[in-house]
Design a protein around this ligand. Structure first.
Ligand code: LLP
Length: 419
């Protein structure tokens, strides 16, 4: 089982709170996060990296509820953001803008302006045009915008193609071979203050050699830039460390991950920036769902539940595996089932051909590893309100986002006069 989740008297608990209790009071589907788990995982990074003392910028896109952001901010985290919406969330949660790095290939003028005005630590610039745009806006504001160039180190880690970002054909970053020229151009720009180098090669990566290749290339580039007389204070290596979804998964420990960077950065004048998302939140949260019906076709058995692809899209989108167990421990015999949601799409499933104990309508299931890219990727497809979110600490739980109502869903919609 994942840390902070265990059966007690045959009922699943998160920390010291029964998931049945949360389900009774808050309903299903519901995202439930463990404070202790996210804290332990964050402190795990701090401890593993104690030699380098990096700035750990939690990647807000993984789970961006302001309570979660506040929790990380209190622990000393900075933030990796990709939109002005995420910056506003960070600021609302009391995050320090001087610990914010802003990535993303399509930053708009307004986003750039607000980020400059908020005094973020640096922009991760993804194209030459964006660099010129940031320069222009900074000059207009009579400021200097701190930047890193996001380089594309041409590394293809072994992960799902949708979440691999550092290979040559990807839309992210600027090719390494062009980077020095772009940095030299940037150095001449009045509104630009070069301070860092950045890369992010992808997500859910187990193979440490990909990170090792990436940091080696970044350090080499940093050295070359320094020889050119540029100032490089930070090396931002992005996020991407993988987590356990299936029992057979064996992600590398943080200590091994940290060693790679120590090897390349010890006694070097660069401060490391990390942007972890999934490895902090993924296994700190579950989604609960209730069994509505069972259905037996001639070919297949289905368990129909009240959560759907709009609530957790990862199985449909990436064919990803999420461990699912009944919240009340059962000795019922296993059968092979598809666990599916109510949405009108055949691609709406949480699990396919899964060996699962026979469950009856009304039973609650826990879907694991849903703390990152779970609620954050939820939608209102089929006019389904998004789930509630709950944070547990010790023996108490707190609703950190109420379930949406129909009024929330139609807010801003209007019927024109001619209808
Ligand atoms: N930094 C940048 C620039 C990123 O694009 C990402 C994730 C991260 C950091 C955090 O990476 P992590 O430590 O979480 O691997 N929706 C997909 C994952 C998309 C990741 C996008 N970028 C999923 O559900 O698997």
């Amino acid at each position: 089982m994942f840390e902070q989740f265990q059966y007690l008297n045959d009922q699943l608990y998160i920390e010291d709170v029964s998931i049945n209790k949360i389900s009774d009071e808050v309903g299903t589907p519901c995202y439930i996060y463990s404070y202790k788990s996210l804290k332990d995982r964050f402190e795990g990074y701090v401890d593993a990296f104690r030699e380098l003392e990096p700035l750990i910028c939690y990647s807000a896109k993984a789970s961006s509820n302001i309570a979660i952001l506040k929790a990380f901010s209190n622990l000393g985290a900075g933030f990796d953001i990709v939109s002005i919406g995420e910056l506003k969330r960070v600021l609302k949660a009391g995050g320090d803008p001087q610990k914010v790095v802003f990535s993303g290939v399509g930053k708009t003028d307004i986003e750039i302006e607000e980020a400059i005005n908020s005094n973020i630590l640096f922009f991760n610039v993804e194209s030459e045009e964006e660099l010129h745009k940031i320069n222009e806006i900074a000059i207009r504001l009579d400021k200097k915008a701190p930047i890193a160039i996001r380089v594309n180190p041409d590394i293809s880690p072994d992960t799902h193609p949708y979440i691999s970002t550092g290979f040559k054909e990807s839309k992210f970053g600027i090719e390494l071979s062009k980077a020095i020229e772009v940095y030299k151009d940037a150095a001449k720009m009045q509104g630009i203050n070069i301070c860092a180098i950045d890369a992010h090669i992808g997500s859910q990566i187990f193979d440490l050699s990909s990170f090792s290749d990436s940091i080696a290339k970044l350090v080499d580039l940093a050295n070359k830039l320094i020889i050119q007389g540029l100032k490089i204070e930070y090396i931002d290596i992005g996020g991407g460390l993988g987590i356990k979804y299936e029992d057979k998964d064996n992600p590398p420990p943080k200590s091994e991950y940290a060693k790679i960077f120590e090897k390349h950065l010890k006694d070097k004048p660069f401060k490391l920036v990390l942007e972890p998302g999934r490895s902090l939140m993924g296994n700190s949260g579950i989604m609960t769902t209730k069994v509505l019906y069972r259905k037996e076709g001639s070919e297949k058995k289905f368990v129909i539940v009240d959560a759907a692809m709009n609530d957790l899209i990862r199985p449909s989108f990436y064919n990803s595996f999420h461990k699912i167990i009944p919240v009340n421990r059962t000795t019922a015999k296993d059968e092979v089932v598809d666990i599916v949601g109510p949405i009108c799409e055949s691609g709406d499933f949480l699990a396919k051909k899964r060996l699962f104990p026979k469950v009856e309508p009304g039973e609650i299931l826990a879907v694991f590893s849903a703390g990152a890219y779970g609620f954050a990727m939820a939608s209102n497809y089929n006019t389904r309100p998004r789930a509630a979110e709950v944070l547990v600490k010790d023996d108490k739980f707190y609703v950190i986002k109420s379930r949406e109502t129909f009024e929330d869903l139609v807010r801003g919609e209007q019927i024109p006069d001619f209808l």
